[in-house]
Design a protein around this ligand. Structure first.
Ligand SMILES: [Ca+2]
Ligand SMILES: [Ca+2]
Length: 181
């Protein structure tokens, strides 16, 4: 077995070649990984979704609090990096496009001064470009580093089946309780 294959199987190397070193944030228990391989926004969304770590599925990072923002920005080392927010569908309507918050309007934001300004046509949220300090900018698509967040277990077929059975039992018990009360 080649060394790269071993590293890939151990999750020490992502398929795109960047060394993976996910770190955990105690604020929510999620793991985060800075990926230096530059990708377009869409490719970063797609690539992040293929990552797994410790049985958790990856997605382009979604940032929903100032504390999480400070932690995530700390992983970038000052490099321009995508976060999973875009207004490409409806100009000015910023939504998360990845992870558990996919499709939701942003409730927390940390835009830099005057941002998002859609200068020219800017539909993708980025760190350190040009604003530092965890401030966000909207910018056009380009090859940029990105951050993967691992927040929820990857469901397996057996898990789905057990979940359905579990829901059925819970539903049945709920009906019985209501009937008896
Ligand atoms: Ca825009
Ligand atoms: Ca901008």
């Amino acid at each position: 077995m080649k060394l790269k294959t071993i590293f890939l199987s151990l999750g020490l190397l992502s398929a795109t070649g960047a060394v993976a070193a996910p770190v955990q944030w105690v604020g929510n228990g999620h793991w985060y990984e800075f990926v230096s391989t530059p990708l377009s926004f869409g490719d970063a969304v797609a690539d992040a979704a293929t990552h797994t770590y410790l049985g958790l599925g990856g997605h382009l990072v979604t940032v929903t609090s100032a504390d999480e923002n400070a932690f995530v920005h700390g992983l970038t080392g000052g490099a321009a990096a995508w976060l999973g927010a875009s207004d490409a569908v409806v100009e000015g309507e910023w939504r998360w496009v990845s992870g558990p918050e996919a499709g939701q309007l942003l409730t927390y934001t940390n835009w830099g001064p005057g941002e998002p300004n859609n200068a020219g046509n800017e539909d993708f949220a980025v760190y350190n470009n040009p604003w530092g300090g965890g401030l966000w900018n909207d910018r056009p698509d380009a090859g940029i580093a990105y951050i993967v967040e691992y927040s929820a277990p990857v469901p397996e077929p057996e898990t789905y089946a057990m979940l359905l059975v579990g829901l059925g039992i819970i539903g049945f018990a709920g009906r019985r309780l209501r009937k008896n009360s």
